[in-house]
Design a protein around this ligand. Structure first.
Ligand code: URA
Length: 223
C-alpha cells in the first residue's frame, strides 16, 4: 500500500488536517455529468416509476423521491441507506454532512466522480431518520435491482449497516463484514462493506478503517 497516499487520505478525512484536495488532484466533477451514454429510455421509465411510487407509506411524508446520481455506466455503485432531510429537500442522495464526507472519501482515494453512481436502499426519506422498515425495503427492492441491472457495476460499495444487511441478507455487524469481498445476489457482483459516513462523523477514529475498505475495493476493480 502506498503510505503517502494513505497519509493524504487520512489528512483529507480530517484525521490530521484538512487539505484542499482540488489543488493537488483535479476531480473533474464538472465534467462528470457529461459522461452519460447509451439509451436513456429504460432509465427514464424507471425514474418515472420511482417518482410516482406509492407502494409504501413513505410516499405520504416525502417531499420527493431520491432516485440516484452519477455515471450510469460507472464501475462503482455506492449504496447507502435512505435519504435524510437534506436529500429529501434537494432530491439527490448524500448531499448533507454525511454526503460531504463521502465526497471527501472518494476524492481523497483518488476516485473521480465519473467513476461512481450513488443511490440508496430506500428512495424515500423515513420520518425522523428512523431505520427503514422491512416492508419499505421490500417495496423499494425492485427499483434498486433494476438500477443494478442497468449500471452493471464492477463493484458495489455497501455504505453502512442498513445497506450491508439488506444487500447481503445478514445481520452480522459491519465491523465483521468489512475486510473481505462478498458477492451480491444472483449476479455475484463483488461487494465491499464500509462504515456509513454519518457513523464516521460520530466516530472519527474509525475513518482510518474506511481507507482500508476503499483500498480493498480498488483492488477488486484493478484485478
Ligand atoms: N445517508 C444515506 O444513507 N443516504 C443518503 O442519501 C444520505 C444520508
Amino acid at each position: 500500500m502506498n503510505s503517502s497516499l494513505r497519509d493524504e487520505y487520512l489528512e483529507a478525512m480530517g484525521i490530521r488536517q484538512w487539505l484542499l484536495r482540488d489543488k493537488g488532484r483535479p476531480d473533474n466533477d464538472a465534467a462528470a455529468s457529461a459522461s452519460q451514454s447509451g439509451d436513456d429510455s429504460p432509465w427514464l421509465a424507471l425514474q418515472d416509476l420511482v417518482s410516482g411510487c406509492t407502494r409504501c407509506a413513505l410516499h405520504a411524508t416525502r417531499t420527493q423521491t431520491v432516485f440516484g446520481t452519477g455515471n450510469r455506466s460507472a464501475d462503482w455503485l455506492v449504496i447507502g441507506e435512505a435519504p435524510g432531510a437534506d436529500e429529501d429537500r434537494q432530491g439527490e442522495p448524500f448531499v448533507g454532512r454525511a454526503g460531504q464526507l463521502l465526497t471527501e472519501m472518494r476524492r481523497a482515494a483518488g476516485l473521480e466522480r465519473d467513476a461512481v453512481y450513488i443511490t440508496n436502499i430506500l428512495k424515500c426519506r423515513p420520518p425522523n431518520n428512523r431505520d427503514p422498515q422491512p416492508d419499505e425495503v421490500a417495496s423499494c427492492h425492485d427499483y434498486l435491482e433494476r438500477q443494478i441491472e442497468l449500471i452493471e457495476p464492477r463493484l458495489i460499495l455497501a455504505v453502512g449497516r442498513i445497506a450491508a444487511h439488506n444487500l447481503l441478507q445478514t445481520d452480522t455487524p459491519v465491523g465483521r463484514l468489512r475486510g473481505r469481498v462478498h458477492h451480491y445476489g444472483a449476479s455475484g457482483i463483488p461487494l465491499v462493506v464500509t462504515y456509513h459516513p454519518a457513523y464516521l462523523l460520530r466516530s472519527p477514529l474509525e475513518k482510518r478503517k474506511s481507507w482500508d475498505d476503499l483500498q480493498l475495493a480498488m483492488q477488486v476493480i484493478n484485478r
